[in-house]
Design a binder for this molecule. Structure first.
Ligand code: BYC
Length: 470
Protein backbone atom coordinates (compact mmCIF):
# COMPACT_ATOMS: atom_id res chain seq x y z
CA UNK A 1 0.00 0.00 0.00
CA UNK A 2 1.94 3.01 -1.28
CA UNK A 3 1.52 6.28 0.49
CA UNK A 4 0.25 9.15 -1.63
CA UNK A 5 2.90 11.85 -1.19
CA UNK A 6 1.44 14.21 -3.79
CA UNK A 7 -1.31 15.09 -1.35
CA UNK A 8 -0.91 17.86 1.21
CA UNK A 9 -1.50 15.22 3.84
CA UNK A 10 0.33 12.02 2.85
CA UNK A 11 -1.99 9.09 3.43
CA UNK A 12 -2.90 5.57 2.45
CA UNK A 13 -6.59 5.95 3.22
CA UNK A 14 -7.67 7.50 -0.12
CA UNK A 15 -8.31 10.80 1.58
CA UNK A 16 -8.98 12.51 -1.77
CA UNK A 17 -12.17 10.47 -2.11
CA UNK A 18 -13.71 12.17 0.92
CA UNK A 19 -13.46 15.91 0.26
CA UNK A 20 -15.16 16.98 3.49
CA UNK A 21 -12.82 14.96 5.63
CA UNK A 22 -9.84 16.09 3.60
CA UNK A 23 -10.83 19.74 4.03
CA UNK A 24 -11.39 19.34 7.77
CA UNK A 25 -7.97 17.76 8.22
CA UNK A 26 -6.35 20.38 6.00
CA UNK A 27 -7.82 23.01 8.30
CA UNK A 28 -6.36 21.26 11.32
CA UNK A 29 -2.94 20.89 9.67
CA UNK A 30 -1.75 24.54 10.06
CA UNK A 31 -2.79 24.47 13.71
CA UNK A 32 -0.75 21.31 14.20
CA UNK A 33 2.24 22.98 12.51
CA UNK A 34 1.84 26.02 14.74
CA UNK A 35 1.74 23.75 17.77
CA UNK A 36 4.90 22.02 16.49
CA UNK A 37 6.64 25.41 16.11
CA UNK A 38 5.52 26.57 19.58
CA UNK A 39 5.86 23.34 21.55
CA UNK A 40 8.13 21.05 19.50
CA UNK A 41 11.96 20.79 19.72
CA UNK A 42 13.30 24.21 20.64
CA UNK A 43 16.13 25.68 18.59
CA UNK A 44 16.59 23.05 15.90
CA UNK A 45 13.77 23.58 13.45
CA UNK A 46 16.07 24.85 10.69
CA UNK A 47 18.59 22.00 10.98
CA UNK A 48 18.92 19.07 8.58
CA UNK A 49 18.21 15.88 10.51
CA UNK A 50 18.86 12.37 9.21
CA UNK A 51 15.30 11.08 9.69
CA UNK A 52 13.33 8.00 8.87
CA UNK A 53 10.04 8.58 7.05
CA UNK A 54 7.40 6.05 6.08
CA UNK A 55 6.84 5.88 2.32
CA UNK A 56 4.60 2.83 2.44
CA UNK A 57 3.32 0.58 5.18
CA UNK A 58 4.75 -2.73 3.99
CA UNK A 59 7.94 -4.22 5.34
CA UNK A 60 10.19 -2.67 2.67
CA UNK A 61 8.78 0.79 2.41
CA UNK A 62 8.21 2.12 5.84
CA UNK A 63 11.79 3.02 6.63
CA UNK A 64 13.19 5.58 4.21
CA UNK A 65 16.13 7.66 5.51
CA UNK A 66 17.14 11.13 4.40
CA UNK A 67 18.09 14.59 5.64
CA UNK A 68 15.06 16.67 6.42
CA UNK A 69 14.22 19.82 8.34
CA UNK A 70 11.72 18.80 10.99
CA UNK A 71 8.90 21.19 10.01
CA UNK A 72 9.04 19.57 6.56
CA UNK A 73 8.55 16.07 7.93
CA UNK A 74 5.60 14.52 6.07
CA UNK A 75 3.23 13.85 8.94
CA UNK A 76 0.51 11.74 7.48
CA UNK A 77 -2.13 9.10 7.96
CA UNK A 78 -0.99 5.51 7.65
CA UNK A 79 -3.04 2.47 8.57
CA UNK A 80 -1.74 -1.09 8.47
CA UNK A 81 -3.03 -3.13 5.53
CA UNK A 82 -6.63 -4.29 5.99
CA UNK A 83 -7.40 -7.90 6.78
CA UNK A 84 -10.65 -8.38 4.79
CA UNK A 85 -12.01 -11.32 6.76
CA UNK A 86 -11.13 -9.93 10.20
CA UNK A 87 -13.53 -10.82 13.01
CA UNK A 88 -13.73 -9.52 16.58
CA UNK A 89 -11.53 -11.68 18.80
CA UNK A 90 -13.00 -11.24 22.29
CA UNK A 91 -15.90 -10.03 24.39
CA UNK A 92 -19.62 -10.18 23.73
CA UNK A 93 -19.23 -9.67 19.95
CA UNK A 94 -16.57 -12.34 19.48
CA UNK A 95 -16.74 -13.91 16.00
CA UNK A 96 -18.71 -11.05 14.42
CA UNK A 97 -17.08 -9.12 11.54
CA UNK A 98 -14.87 -6.26 12.75
CA UNK A 99 -16.61 -2.86 12.58
CA UNK A 100 -15.55 -0.50 9.77
CA UNK A 101 -17.45 2.29 11.56
CA UNK A 102 -18.11 3.22 15.18
CA UNK A 103 -21.06 1.32 16.64
CA UNK A 104 -23.49 3.91 18.03
CA UNK A 105 -23.67 2.41 21.50
CA UNK A 106 -19.90 2.58 21.98
CA UNK A 107 -19.31 5.99 20.51
CA UNK A 108 -18.62 7.80 23.80
CA UNK A 109 -16.40 5.06 25.17
CA UNK A 110 -14.35 4.74 22.01
CA UNK A 111 -13.93 8.46 21.71
CA UNK A 112 -12.62 8.59 25.26
CA UNK A 113 -10.10 5.80 24.63
CA UNK A 114 -8.87 7.49 21.45
CA UNK A 115 -8.62 10.90 23.11
CA UNK A 116 -6.69 9.46 26.08
CA UNK A 117 -4.27 7.72 23.74
CA UNK A 118 -4.00 10.76 21.46
CA UNK A 119 -3.32 13.10 24.38
CA UNK A 120 -0.10 11.31 25.34
CA UNK A 121 1.54 11.79 21.94
CA UNK A 122 1.89 15.58 21.78
CA UNK A 123 2.43 15.59 25.56
CA UNK A 124 5.70 13.69 25.21
CA UNK A 125 6.94 16.12 22.53
CA UNK A 126 6.19 19.00 24.90
CA UNK A 127 8.00 17.28 27.75
CA UNK A 128 11.11 16.81 25.58
CA UNK A 129 11.10 20.26 24.00
CA UNK A 130 14.33 21.56 25.59
CA UNK A 131 16.41 18.38 25.49
CA UNK A 132 18.09 19.11 22.16
CA UNK A 133 20.06 21.91 23.80
CA UNK A 134 21.93 19.47 26.05
CA UNK A 135 22.35 16.45 23.77
CA UNK A 136 25.18 14.02 24.61
CA UNK A 137 26.00 13.53 20.88
CA UNK A 138 24.69 14.14 17.36
CA UNK A 139 23.64 10.50 17.25
CA UNK A 140 21.43 10.93 20.33
CA UNK A 141 20.15 14.28 19.12
CA UNK A 142 18.92 12.64 15.93
CA UNK A 143 17.23 9.86 17.89
CA UNK A 144 15.42 12.40 20.05
CA UNK A 145 14.10 14.16 16.96
CA UNK A 146 13.08 10.87 15.33
CA UNK A 147 11.05 10.03 18.41
CA UNK A 148 9.53 13.54 18.44
CA UNK A 149 8.39 13.58 14.80
CA UNK A 150 6.88 10.13 15.18
CA UNK A 151 4.98 11.13 18.31
CA UNK A 152 3.67 14.01 16.20
CA UNK A 153 2.57 11.47 13.61
CA UNK A 154 0.89 9.39 16.28
CA UNK A 155 -1.15 12.45 17.15
CA UNK A 156 -2.16 12.59 13.48
CA UNK A 157 -3.18 8.94 13.68
CA UNK A 158 -5.65 9.62 16.50
CA UNK A 159 -6.85 12.92 15.04
CA UNK A 160 -7.66 11.14 11.79
CA UNK A 161 -9.88 8.68 13.69
CA UNK A 162 -11.59 11.54 15.55
CA UNK A 163 -12.24 13.50 12.34
CA UNK A 164 -13.22 10.53 10.21
CA UNK A 165 -15.52 8.77 12.68
CA UNK A 166 -16.75 11.14 15.40
CA UNK A 167 -18.19 14.12 13.51
CA UNK A 168 -18.29 17.43 15.28
CA UNK A 169 -17.37 16.01 18.71
CA UNK A 170 -14.31 14.47 17.12
CA UNK A 171 -13.25 17.76 15.55
CA UNK A 172 -13.63 19.50 18.91
CA UNK A 173 -11.55 16.83 20.61
CA UNK A 174 -8.87 17.26 17.93
CA UNK A 175 -8.68 20.97 18.78
CA UNK A 176 -8.51 20.24 22.49
CA UNK A 177 -5.55 17.91 21.89
CA UNK A 178 -3.56 20.98 20.80
CA UNK A 179 -4.83 23.12 23.67
CA UNK A 180 -3.97 20.95 26.66
CA UNK A 181 -0.26 21.09 27.46
CA UNK A 182 2.05 19.02 29.58
CA UNK A 183 2.29 20.46 33.08
CA UNK A 184 -0.17 23.31 32.31
CA UNK A 185 -1.91 24.42 35.51
CA UNK A 186 -5.24 25.10 33.84
CA UNK A 187 -5.25 22.60 30.98
CA UNK A 188 -2.91 19.72 31.82
CA UNK A 189 -2.53 16.52 29.84
CA UNK A 190 -4.92 13.75 30.88
CA UNK A 191 -2.59 11.15 32.42
CA UNK A 192 -0.21 11.77 35.31
CA UNK A 193 3.14 10.74 33.78
CA UNK A 194 2.63 13.13 30.88
CA UNK A 195 2.59 16.13 33.18
CA UNK A 196 5.98 15.26 34.72
CA UNK A 197 9.07 17.07 33.50
CA UNK A 198 11.70 15.42 31.29
CA UNK A 199 14.49 17.80 32.29
CA UNK A 200 17.58 15.75 31.43
CA UNK A 201 18.71 12.89 29.21
CA UNK A 202 18.76 10.29 31.96
CA UNK A 203 15.05 11.05 32.39
CA UNK A 204 14.55 10.94 28.61
CA UNK A 205 16.06 7.46 28.32
CA UNK A 206 14.03 6.30 31.34
CA UNK A 207 10.92 7.77 29.73
CA UNK A 208 11.50 6.05 26.39
CA UNK A 209 12.27 2.77 28.14
CA UNK A 210 9.42 2.75 30.67
CA UNK A 211 6.74 5.16 29.45
CA UNK A 212 6.96 4.39 25.74
CA UNK A 213 6.69 0.76 26.73
CA UNK A 214 3.33 1.52 28.34
CA UNK A 215 2.49 2.90 24.90
CA UNK A 216 3.44 -0.44 23.37
CA UNK A 217 1.10 -2.36 25.68
CA UNK A 218 -1.80 0.08 25.36
CA UNK A 219 -1.45 0.20 21.58
CA UNK A 220 -1.21 -3.59 21.38
CA UNK A 221 -4.48 -3.86 23.36
CA UNK A 222 -6.15 -1.29 21.14
CA UNK A 223 -4.78 -3.10 18.05
CA UNK A 224 -7.10 -5.96 19.10
CA UNK A 225 -10.11 -3.63 18.95
CA UNK A 226 -13.26 -4.63 17.11
CA UNK A 227 -13.28 -1.07 15.69
CA UNK A 228 -11.15 -1.91 12.68
CA UNK A 229 -9.75 1.57 11.82
CA UNK A 230 -8.42 1.83 15.39
CA UNK A 231 -6.88 -1.62 15.14
CA UNK A 232 -5.15 -0.85 11.85
CA UNK A 233 -3.92 2.53 13.07
CA UNK A 234 -2.42 1.02 16.22
CA UNK A 235 -0.80 -1.83 14.32
CA UNK A 236 1.14 0.64 12.22
CA UNK A 237 2.01 2.83 15.22
CA UNK A 238 3.54 -0.20 16.93
CA UNK A 239 6.12 -0.55 14.16
CA UNK A 240 7.34 2.99 14.94
CA UNK A 241 7.10 2.53 18.70
CA UNK A 242 9.75 -0.21 18.66
CA UNK A 243 12.44 2.34 17.81
CA UNK A 244 11.48 4.54 20.76
CA UNK A 245 11.94 1.69 23.19
CA UNK A 246 15.24 0.81 21.53
CA UNK A 247 16.40 4.38 22.18
CA UNK A 248 15.55 3.94 25.86
CA UNK A 249 17.00 0.50 26.34
CA UNK A 250 20.21 1.19 24.42
CA UNK A 251 20.58 4.65 26.00
CA UNK A 252 20.32 3.28 29.53
CA UNK A 253 22.59 0.36 28.58
CA UNK A 254 25.23 2.84 27.38
CA UNK A 255 24.96 4.89 30.58
CA UNK A 256 25.41 1.77 32.73
CA UNK A 257 28.32 0.71 30.52
CA UNK A 258 30.07 4.04 30.96
CA UNK A 259 29.54 4.02 34.73
CA UNK A 260 30.98 0.51 34.99
CA UNK A 261 34.00 1.43 32.86
CA UNK A 262 34.76 4.37 35.14
CA UNK A 263 34.32 2.21 38.27
CA UNK A 264 36.69 -0.37 36.87
CA UNK A 265 39.29 1.97 35.41
CA UNK A 266 39.47 4.24 38.46
CA UNK A 267 38.79 1.50 41.01
CA UNK A 268 36.22 3.66 42.72
CA UNK A 269 32.52 3.88 43.46
CA UNK A 270 32.78 7.65 43.37
CA UNK A 271 32.16 7.97 39.65
CA UNK A 272 30.59 11.41 39.90
CA UNK A 273 34.07 12.91 40.21
CA UNK A 274 34.78 11.46 36.77
CA UNK A 275 31.62 12.77 35.15
CA UNK A 276 29.65 9.51 35.21
CA UNK A 277 26.33 8.70 36.91
CA UNK A 278 26.57 6.39 39.93
CA UNK A 279 24.49 3.22 39.87
CA UNK A 280 22.56 4.27 43.00
CA UNK A 281 21.34 7.40 41.21
CA UNK A 282 20.40 5.38 38.13
CA UNK A 283 18.41 3.09 40.45
CA UNK A 284 16.54 6.04 41.99
CA UNK A 285 15.63 7.40 38.54
CA UNK A 286 14.51 3.93 37.53
CA UNK A 287 12.31 3.71 40.65
CA UNK A 288 10.65 6.99 39.78
CA UNK A 289 10.01 6.31 36.10
CA UNK A 290 8.84 2.74 36.63
CA UNK A 291 6.35 3.81 39.29
CA UNK A 292 4.83 6.68 37.30
CA UNK A 293 4.64 4.44 34.23
CA UNK A 294 2.80 1.59 35.96
CA UNK A 295 0.27 4.15 37.16
CA UNK A 296 -0.66 4.61 33.49
CA UNK A 297 -2.39 1.24 33.41
CA UNK A 298 -5.19 2.53 35.65
CA UNK A 299 -6.67 0.88 38.75
CA UNK A 300 -6.16 -2.83 39.56
CA UNK A 301 -9.90 -3.31 39.72
CA UNK A 302 -11.59 -1.32 37.00
CA UNK A 303 -15.11 -1.65 35.70
CA UNK A 304 -14.02 0.58 32.82
CA UNK A 305 -11.50 -2.05 31.78
CA UNK A 306 -14.12 -4.82 32.06
CA UNK A 307 -16.56 -2.81 29.96
CA UNK A 308 -13.96 -1.97 27.29
CA UNK A 309 -13.22 -5.68 26.96
CA UNK A 310 -16.74 -7.02 26.96
CA UNK A 311 -17.71 -4.40 24.38
CA UNK A 312 -14.87 -5.59 22.11
CA UNK A 313 -13.11 -2.22 22.19
CA UNK A 314 -9.83 -3.00 23.99
CA UNK A 315 -8.40 -6.51 24.23
CA UNK A 316 -5.53 -8.13 26.10
CA UNK A 317 -1.89 -8.11 25.01
CA UNK A 318 -1.63 -10.81 22.32
CA UNK A 319 -5.30 -11.71 22.72
CA UNK A 320 -5.21 -14.39 20.02
CA UNK A 321 -2.48 -16.33 21.84
CA UNK A 322 -4.50 -16.70 25.05
CA UNK A 323 -5.95 -20.20 25.36
CA UNK A 324 -9.31 -19.43 26.98
CA UNK A 325 -12.80 -18.43 25.94
CA UNK A 326 -11.90 -14.75 25.24
CA UNK A 327 -14.98 -13.72 27.22
CA UNK A 328 -13.62 -14.29 30.77
CA UNK A 329 -17.09 -14.19 32.35
CA UNK A 330 -16.41 -16.76 35.09
CA UNK A 331 -12.60 -16.52 35.11
CA UNK A 332 -10.40 -15.25 37.93
CA UNK A 333 -7.03 -13.55 38.04
CA UNK A 334 -4.50 -13.16 40.87
CA UNK A 335 -4.08 -9.54 41.97
CA UNK A 336 -1.77 -8.09 44.65
CA UNK A 337 -3.66 -6.10 47.24
CA UNK A 338 -3.21 -4.37 50.55
CA UNK A 339 -4.45 -6.16 53.62
CA UNK A 340 -3.77 -3.80 56.50
CA UNK A 341 -0.01 -3.47 56.52
CA UNK A 342 0.58 -6.60 54.46
CA UNK A 343 0.53 -7.16 50.72
CA UNK A 344 -1.36 -10.30 49.73
CA UNK A 345 -2.36 -11.90 46.45
CA UNK A 346 -6.02 -12.75 45.91
CA UNK A 347 -7.93 -14.28 43.05
CA UNK A 348 -10.51 -11.81 41.82
CA UNK A 349 -12.88 -11.70 38.84
CA UNK A 350 -10.73 -11.58 35.70
CA UNK A 351 -12.70 -8.98 33.77
CA UNK A 352 -12.27 -6.00 36.11
CA UNK A 353 -8.64 -7.11 36.67
CA UNK A 354 -7.65 -6.53 33.05
CA UNK A 355 -5.62 -3.40 33.78
CA UNK A 356 -3.57 -5.43 36.24
CA UNK A 357 -3.08 -8.26 33.78
CA UNK A 358 -1.74 -5.81 31.21
CA UNK A 359 0.48 -4.28 33.89
CA UNK A 360 1.84 -7.79 34.63
CA UNK A 361 2.72 -8.32 30.97
CA UNK A 362 4.39 -4.92 30.95
CA UNK A 363 6.41 -5.55 34.12
CA UNK A 364 7.74 -8.85 32.75
CA UNK A 365 8.84 -6.99 29.61
CA UNK A 366 10.52 -4.22 31.67
CA UNK A 367 12.50 -6.85 33.57
CA UNK A 368 14.20 -8.03 30.37
CA UNK A 369 16.07 -4.76 29.86
CA UNK A 370 17.05 -4.62 33.53
CA UNK A 371 18.52 -8.12 33.18
CA UNK A 372 20.59 -6.99 30.22
CA UNK A 373 21.94 -3.93 32.07
CA UNK A 374 22.82 -6.18 35.01
CA UNK A 375 24.81 -8.41 32.67
CA UNK A 376 26.95 -5.37 31.85
CA UNK A 377 27.41 -4.67 35.57
CA UNK A 378 28.44 -8.28 36.21
CA UNK A 379 30.81 -8.36 33.24
CA UNK A 380 32.74 -5.54 34.88
CA UNK A 381 33.00 -7.56 38.09
CA UNK A 382 30.85 -5.10 40.02
CA UNK A 383 28.68 -6.24 42.90
CA UNK A 384 25.47 -4.30 42.25
CA UNK A 385 22.10 -5.24 40.86
CA UNK A 386 19.57 -2.86 39.35
CA UNK A 387 16.01 -3.85 40.31
CA UNK A 388 12.50 -2.93 39.37
CA UNK A 389 10.81 -1.65 42.52
CA UNK A 390 7.73 -3.42 43.87
CA UNK A 391 4.55 -2.54 42.01
CA UNK A 392 3.16 -0.89 45.14
CA UNK A 393 6.04 1.58 45.41
CA UNK A 394 5.26 5.29 44.95
CA UNK A 395 1.87 4.82 43.34
CA UNK A 396 -0.66 7.58 42.75
CA UNK A 397 -3.35 5.47 41.05
CA UNK A 398 -5.03 2.30 42.28
CA UNK A 399 -5.07 0.28 45.51
CA UNK A 400 -1.49 1.05 46.51
CA UNK A 401 -1.97 4.79 46.31
CA UNK A 402 -3.41 4.55 49.82
CA UNK A 403 -0.21 3.18 51.37
CA UNK A 404 3.50 3.81 51.55
CA UNK A 405 5.36 0.84 50.09
CA UNK A 406 9.16 0.45 49.99
CA UNK A 407 10.92 -0.62 46.77
CA UNK A 408 11.31 -4.11 48.24
CA UNK A 409 7.57 -4.37 48.84
CA UNK A 410 7.06 -3.66 52.54
CA UNK A 411 4.24 -1.45 53.71
CA UNK A 412 6.08 1.21 55.71
CA UNK A 413 5.02 3.98 58.06
CA UNK A 414 4.89 7.58 56.91
CA UNK A 415 7.83 8.23 59.24
CA UNK A 416 9.96 5.54 57.57
CA UNK A 417 8.93 6.81 54.16
CA UNK A 418 9.93 10.36 55.07
CA UNK A 419 13.23 9.20 56.49
CA UNK A 420 14.15 6.98 53.57
CA UNK A 421 12.62 8.43 50.44
CA UNK A 422 15.98 10.04 49.62
CA UNK A 423 17.37 6.50 49.21
CA UNK A 424 14.50 5.52 46.96
CA UNK A 425 13.66 8.48 44.74
CA UNK A 426 15.89 11.04 42.99
CA UNK A 427 16.95 13.72 45.47
CA UNK A 428 17.50 17.40 44.71
CA UNK A 429 21.20 16.62 44.87
CA UNK A 430 20.82 13.82 42.29
CA UNK A 431 18.82 16.06 40.01
CA UNK A 432 21.26 18.93 40.17
CA UNK A 433 24.20 16.56 39.67
CA UNK A 434 22.57 15.01 36.59
CA UNK A 435 21.70 18.50 35.38
CA UNK A 436 25.34 19.55 35.79
CA UNK A 437 26.31 16.83 33.30
CA UNK A 438 23.92 18.13 30.67
CA UNK A 439 26.47 19.97 28.57
CA UNK A 440 25.86 19.72 24.82
CA UNK A 441 28.27 17.60 22.80
CA UNK A 442 27.79 18.34 19.11
CA UNK A 443 31.17 17.44 17.62
CA UNK A 444 30.89 14.53 15.19
CA UNK A 445 31.68 11.19 16.78
CA UNK A 446 32.08 12.68 20.29
CA UNK A 447 30.02 11.59 23.32
CA UNK A 448 29.37 13.12 26.73
CA UNK A 449 31.40 11.80 29.67
CA UNK A 450 28.46 9.93 31.19
CA UNK A 451 27.42 7.75 28.23
CA UNK A 452 29.28 5.18 26.10
CA UNK A 453 29.04 5.39 22.30
CA UNK A 454 26.51 3.06 20.66
CA UNK A 455 27.69 -0.22 19.17
CA UNK A 456 26.64 0.93 15.70
CA UNK A 457 25.14 3.89 13.87
CA UNK A 458 21.70 4.42 12.31
CA UNK A 459 20.76 2.65 9.07
CA UNK A 460 24.27 1.32 8.47
CA UNK A 461 25.89 4.74 8.89
CA UNK A 462 29.02 5.19 11.00
CA UNK A 463 28.73 6.22 14.64
CA UNK A 464 30.49 9.50 13.75
CA UNK A 465 28.13 10.25 10.86
CA UNK A 466 26.80 13.83 10.82
CA UNK A 467 23.29 12.90 11.99
CA UNK A 468 22.26 16.54 12.43
CA UNK A 469 23.88 19.27 10.32
CA UNK A 470 23.55 22.92 9.44
N1 BYC B 1 -3.68 9.48 35.47
O1 BYC B 1 -10.98 2.53 35.79
P1 BYC B 1 -9.65 3.16 35.95
C1 BYC B 1 1.70 6.20 25.06
C2 BYC B 1 -8.56 7.79 35.64
S1 BYC B 1 1.25 5.76 26.64
C3 BYC B 1 -4.82 10.17 35.63
O2 BYC B 1 -8.69 2.58 36.87
P2 BYC B 1 -9.31 2.85 33.21
C4 BYC B 1 2.93 7.01 24.91
C5 BYC B 1 -9.45 7.15 34.58
O3 BYC B 1 -9.45 7.92 33.39
C6 BYC B 1 -0.27 4.87 26.43
N2 BYC B 1 -6.04 9.59 35.67
O4 BYC B 1 -8.92 3.41 34.60
C7 BYC B 1 4.04 6.77 25.69
C8 BYC B 1 -10.77 7.06 35.26
O5 BYC B 1 -11.44 8.30 35.17
P3 BYC B 1 -13.04 8.39 35.37
C9 BYC B 1 -1.51 5.73 26.47
C10 BYC B 1 -6.13 8.26 35.52
O6 BYC B 1 -10.27 3.79 32.62
C11 BYC B 1 5.17 7.58 25.56
C12 BYC B 1 -10.42 6.85 36.72
O7 BYC B 1 -9.06 7.30 36.86
N3 BYC B 1 -2.64 4.95 26.07
O8 BYC B 1 1.07 5.86 24.13
O9 BYC B 1 -9.58 1.41 33.28
C13 BYC B 1 5.18 8.59 24.62
C14 BYC B 1 -10.55 5.39 37.13
O10 BYC B 1 -9.77 4.69 36.25
C15 BYC B 1 -5.00 7.46 35.35
C16 BYC B 1 -3.73 4.76 26.80
O11 BYC B 1 -3.80 5.26 27.89
C17 BYC B 1 -3.73 8.12 35.33
N4 BYC B 1 -2.59 7.45 35.18
O12 BYC B 1 -7.87 2.85 32.53
C18 BYC B 1 4.07 8.82 23.84
C19 BYC B 1 -4.81 3.91 26.20
N5 BYC B 1 -5.38 6.18 35.25
O13 BYC B 1 -13.66 7.33 34.51
C20 BYC B 1 2.94 8.01 23.96
C21 BYC B 1 -6.18 4.44 26.33
C22 BYC B 1 -6.71 6.16 35.36
O14 BYC B 1 -13.27 8.16 36.82
N6 BYC B 1 -6.61 4.56 27.71
N7 BYC B 1 -7.18 7.40 35.49
O15 BYC B 1 -13.32 9.80 34.90
C23 BYC B 1 -7.02 3.53 28.49
O16 BYC B 1 -7.00 2.40 28.08
C24 BYC B 1 -7.50 3.84 29.88
O17 BYC B 1 -8.05 5.11 29.88
C25 BYC B 1 -6.38 3.78 30.96
C26 BYC B 1 -7.05 3.89 32.36
C27 BYC B 1 -5.54 2.55 30.85
C28 BYC B 1 -5.47 5.00 30.87
Amino acid sequence: MAVDYKERIPNNVSLHEDRRLQRALEEWQPRFLQWWADMGPDGFQARDVYLRTAISVDAQGWAHFDYLRMPEYRWGIFLAEPDPGRTIGFGAHRGQPAWPDVPGEYRGTLRRLIVTQGDTEPASVEQQRQLGRTCPSLYDLRNLFQVNVEEGRHLWAMVYLLHAHFGRDGREEAEALLQRHSGDRDKPRILGAFNEKTPDWLSFFMFTYFTDRDGKYQLASLAESGFDPLSRTCRFMLTEEAHHMFVGEAGLGRIVQRTCEVMRDHRTDDVRRHGAIDLATIQRYLNFHFSVSIDLFGGEISTNAANFYTAGLKGRFEEAKKADDHALAGATYAVSQLDGDRIVTRDVAALPALNERLRDDYIADCQRGVDRWNQTVRKHGIDFELRLPHRGFHRAIGLFSQARVSPDGRVVSQAEWDARQGEWLPTENDKSFVQSLMVPVIERGKFASWIAPPARGINGQAVDFEYVRG
